[in-house]
Ligand binder design. Structure first.
Ligand SMILES: [Zn+2]
Ligand SMILES: [Zn+2]
Length: 362
């Protein structure tokens, strides 16, 4: 190896990249891989699960590179590493050597995992997804399966259902439950029944209220729990529920209408999800037309309907706690922004999936 293809420095040294001995520039820290070395390295980076054939499947050619192949004495060509993952790599069309800039090494190392993830994320809508949404009016989620079983999400589901069954199936316990455990703004704003700040989020006003909330908790809670870990997940869930309650109390401190439901806490999960899972999709249905959309669009539309509902409810009354939804959502966005850096540092694959180089088919 002669000079660096990128910066022309003469200080090229041997370097081990995923068990392949390659040449690294000591000035710009990019690396040069000969034919076969990229596939060899990526097969190792992918835990040796299967042989990777990235060199044969490079994406679109983008034009001439500023880098120069010092083996063949000609310009390199710029390519996307693969379709759907638009990291630029430079390749020689004669000797098939590959140049990787230093900033690309981590992204390139993750590319077999990205390729596998895209197989899941790019799945198209299907007759089954259409029928499900048409009948249930609920979205279908496209995201990666969590690596760990989401026990906290499951526990929340079971707990909410059990609480509902304890009073919601008729009988005299319903009044007792609502009087003592639902959130009454007029009580809490006067320092009474403060425990209802917590208890209201495990109660629901009816079966459809429960089912709707639990479905959303089920589809997005698992990914958030996997990303955050169990302790932080339940902590942030609770904080968002409290944010929702506070917003509702501030909006109408003397209200005597009882408020119940996990909606505020779950609205907070929406906020975190749209910030950290840009690569995920949810299906949106307009009458009979089903389309995959990004979480930003899906939950952005959801929050707009809540703001609109707020104006309409001012004229007609109405039973939805719009302020709680908005408050929970804002709490989720705030937490999501505050801890985003830490979350991405702890989940490198998630960080790369959220980068602009990843293009999901919708
Ligand atoms: Zn260099
Ligand atoms: Zn060459």
């Amino acid at each position: 190896m002669k000079n660096c293809p990128s910066c022309n420095s003469s200080k090229m040294r041997k370097y081990e990249f995923h068990q392949q001995e390659v040449d690294q520039c000591q000035a710009c820290h990019g690396i040069w891989l000969e034919l076969g070395e990229l596939d060899g390295a990526l097969s190792v980076a992918d835990n040796g699960n299967s042989q990777v054939y990235m060199e044969e499947t490079l994406g679109e050619i983008l034009g001439e590179s500023k880098c120069h192949c010092h083996v063949c004495d000609k310009k390199l060509s710029r390519y996307h590493l693969m379709s759907g993952f638009e990291v630029e790599v430079d390749t020689c069309s004669s000797c098939y050597g590959v140049w990787l800039d230093h900033e690309e090494l981590e992204k390139v190392s993750q590319s077999p995992a990205i390729a596998k993830a895209l197989l899941e994320l790019d799945k198209p809508v299907h007759k089954r997804t259409w029928l499900f949404q048409f009948l249930s009016q609920m979205p279908v989620e496209y995201n990666l399966k969590p690596k760990r079983t989401p026990w906290v999400t499951y526990a929340l589901l079971v707990f909410n259902v059990l609480i509902f069954m304890s009073y919601g199936l008729g009988g005299s316990s319903e009044d007792f439950a609502f009087n003592n455990f639902a959130l009454h703004s007029d009580q809490v704003s006067h320092g009474q029944q403060l425990w209802t700040l917590l208890t209201h989020m495990y109660m629901h006003g009816g079966l459809m209220h429960l089912v709707g909330n639990m479905y959303f908790l089920y589809i997005i809670g698992d990914n958030l729990e996997d990303t955050l870990g169990r302790g932080k997940f339940i902590l942030y869930y609770t904080l968002c529920g409290l944010g929702a309650a506070v917003a509702q109390i501030l909006a109408d401190p003397n209200s005597m209408i009882p408020m119940v439901g996990a909606s505020g806490a779950i609205a907070g999960l929406f906020g975190m999800y749209l910030l950290w899972f840009r690569h995920a999709s949810l299906t949106f249905m307009i009458i009979v037309y089903q389309k995959k959309v990004s979480p930003v669009i899906f939950f952005g539309f959801w929050i707009l309907t809540n703001i609109l509902g707020l104006y309409l409810a001012n004229e007609s009354g109405g039973g939805v706690a719009y302020w709680a939804h908005i408050g929970g959502f804002i709490a989720g966005i705030a937490i999501g922004l505050l801890v985003k850096k830490k979350v991405f540092a702890a989940n490198p694959l998630l960080a790369i999936l959220n980068s602009h180089e990843v293009k999901v088919k919708r």
